[in-house]
Write a protein that binds this ligand. Sequence first.
Ligand code: SLL
Length: 294
Amino acid sequence: MAPPSGAGRRVKGCQIQRPFIYGTTARPFGEKNPKPPGIPDDHTHSWEVFVKGIDDTDITYWLRRVQFKLHESIPNHLRSTYYIRLLLPPEPSKQANQRPFSPPTTVIDGKPGEPFVVRETGWGEFEITLKLYYVSESGEKPQTLYHHLHLHPYGRTEADKEAMRATGEVVAWIYEEQLFNEPYEAFYDILTSGALPDPARPAGAKGKGKGKGAKAGAVPPGQRSEGGVLPRSAMIPRTTRPNHPFSQETEQLEIKKLRAAYEQASELMDKMREEQKVKDKRLADLKRETAANP
Ligand code: SLL
C-alpha cells in the first residue's frame, strides 16, 4: 500500500503489538432482562457485538472505525461505528411502542475506552463480520474478523453450559493482539507517544497518595491503573476482575494447562513407545521361529 502522505519511512525491524478484545454478549429476555416496548414478539434475546481495548483502555489512537456486518434479516445490517469525541445533537425522541431506529452509522461520543459496539435484539445466531479500519497514519488496509453470535449457553460439557446459563449472560469474547509490522515513522510516533495516564481517572493528588488529601482512584501520570494497564501500552492486567477475564493471571493458568497437557501427551507417547518395543520384539521372535520351522 502506498504510504500515507507525510508518513515517511517505515521503522525497520520494529514490531508493535496492541492487545484488544472483540466478541458478543447476549441476554435472554425475562425477569432480569425485560423486553423493551416495540421489540418484535419473536425476539428472544438482547445482544451486543463489540471491539474494545483490554481493561477498557482507549484504542482509538490506532483503530478508527469498525464496520459490523450483521445478518441480512436485521434492518440496516451494515453498521459502522466511529469513535470521535464530539458533541452530538440530542437523539430524536422515540415514539412509544415503536421499534427503535437503528442508524447505519453511529458516532460514539463518550469517554475514551468506550467500545466500538452495536446493540441489537433478535432470535437467531449467525456469523458477524467485523471490519477494522485503522487510523490513516498507519497506512494499513482494513482487516476482517469473523465472530459467531452465541445466544445460547455453549461449552464442551453440560456443566460448562449450565455454569454459563447460571450467569444469565452468554459471553463469547476473544482476546487478540494487533501486530503492526515496521510501522511508518509517523504512526510509530503515535503508537509510542508514551503510556498516558487514563484521562478518566484524575491525575495523582498531592501528598503522594497518603493522608486525607489523596483522591480515591487517583493515578499519577505514567503509573499503572488498578488493573495494571497503562493506556497506549501493550500491557495486560495483572489479575482477573469481574468483566475483565483476560489478564496475566489467565495467561499463567493457560500456560499451566498447556504444560499439563504436554506432559500428559509425553507420558502417553513414552507408554506407546514401550508397547511398540514389546510388539517389535514379539514380531522379531515370531519371524525367527517361522524361519527356524518353515
Ligand atoms: C438461524 N441462520 O436460522 C440463522 C439466522 C438470523 C437472526 C439467524 C432477526 C432479528 C430482526 C434475527 O434475529 N435474525 O428481526 O431484527 O438461526
